[in-house]
Design a protein around this ligand. Structure first.
Ligand code: ADE
Ligand code: ZN
Length: 335
């Protein structure tokens, strides 16, 4: 199969996205449109100058700009428009199902009501072209008490959320800081995930599993530094939601040729490919697949496996999962 044919397979194959921060899908054009609509002053005078500021060298330098970008989101319709734009873009990449992170504390801290945030995002998911569900993330640089207060605010909207996650500045904010709130979420029947092993050490992956009882690890690429952990992740088939372009932009790896996606797969891990914050990191789902497959010796069987992992690791009901995997296998049977 030629490189061109492989690229076409990557673009056309059905897939699920399990690691997308909806605030990270806010394109500079929409930031400017919303700023104007809401009368919010921006520190940049044009779309181009904002885009030029996207020169990150670590997670924190990205987060500073990402939280500033989110400041234009004030009304329910703003959250709707942002989410609908993402869902349409994902559909064009043949994403069939997305599990979308949102960061309520980024908005409630600015005085935007919780219900404004969730109602806008939720309504877009109902109207959008693909299957979608919501995972509420706690910001780990804030206190556990703040996370608990956020969970309380979310309780009236329990049926609109399938799970909770943990994001923001990783180093210095280990998973164990959030033991109690994750235990309450588990008792509520919510699915549990956490960012771990992006910039933080492999121990954070272990404590996310053992102390927070998470079902998937977001990023997790530093697991390979611990052979014992790698072996466990393979044995228990804990999915990793890997984000190749993000890892390069935030200098987790120097360049794509050094990304460890193939090593993760070769170690028998349930790795998936995702976009993280596509408006900031230079691409949506297919851009991530194309960049990784262009730089690494990955082929057709890896593509099939990554897409299959994405449906398997999703929180879809077994029947929906089976239907998507049947569609995927039928697609590959014809390739
Ligand atoms: N919030 C948005 N993107 C993130 C990432 N890659 N890591 C941690 N927190 C985030
Ligand atoms: Zn992330």
């Amino acid at each position: 199969m030629s490189q061109k044919q492989l690229q076409s397979v990557l673009q056309q194959m059905p897939k699920a996205e399990l690691h997308i921060h909806i605030e990270g899908s806010l394109e500079p054009e929409l930031i400017f449109e919303l700023a104007q609509r809401n009368g919010v002053a921006l520190a940049y005078e044009s779309v181009d100058s904002l885009r030029k500021a996207y020169a990150f060298d670590n997670l924190q330098s990205f987060l500073d700009i990402y939280y500033a970008g989110a400041s234009v989101l004030l009304k329910e319709q703003d959250f709707y428009d942002m989410t609908m734009a993402y869902l349409q873009r994902a559909a064009a990449d043949n994403v069939r199902h997305a599990e979308i992170f949102f960061d309520p504390q980024t908005h409630t801290a600015r005085g935007v009501p919780f219900e404004t945030v969730i109602n806008g995002i939720w309504r877009a998911c109902q109207d959008g072209p693909i299957s979608a569900s919501l995972i509420m993330c706690f910001l780990r640089h804030l206190s556990e008490a703040d996370a608990i207060a956020t969970l309380e605010e979310a309780l009236p909207f329990r049926d609109k959320i399938i799970g909770v996650g943990l994001d923001s500045s990783e180093v210095g904010h280990p998973p164990e800081k959030f033991c109690r709130v994750f235990e309450r979420c588990r008792q509520l029947g919510l699915h549990l995930v956490a960012h771990a092993g992006e910039e933080g050490p492999p121990e954070y992956i272990e404590t996310a599993l053992d102390l927070l009882n998470v079902e998937r690890i977001d990023h997790g690429v530093r697991c390979l530094e611990s052979p014992v952990l790698t072996e466990r992740l393979a044995r228990e088939q804990i999915a990793l939601t890997v984000c190749p372009l993000s890892n390069i932009k935030l200098r987790v790896f120097d360049h794509m040729g050094q990304h460890n996606l193939l090593e993760l797969l070769d170690a028998g891990l349930a790795a998936t490919v995702n976009s993280d914050d596509p408006a900031y990191f230079g691409g949506y789902m297919n851009d991530n697949f194309l960049a990784a497959f262009d730089a690494l010796p990955l082929g057709l069987s890896h593509a099939h496996r990554l897409a299959r992992n994405s449906f398997n690791a999703s929180f879809l009901e077994p029947e929906a999962k089976r239907a998507f995997i049947e569609e995927l296998d039928a697609f590959f049977a014809k390739v």
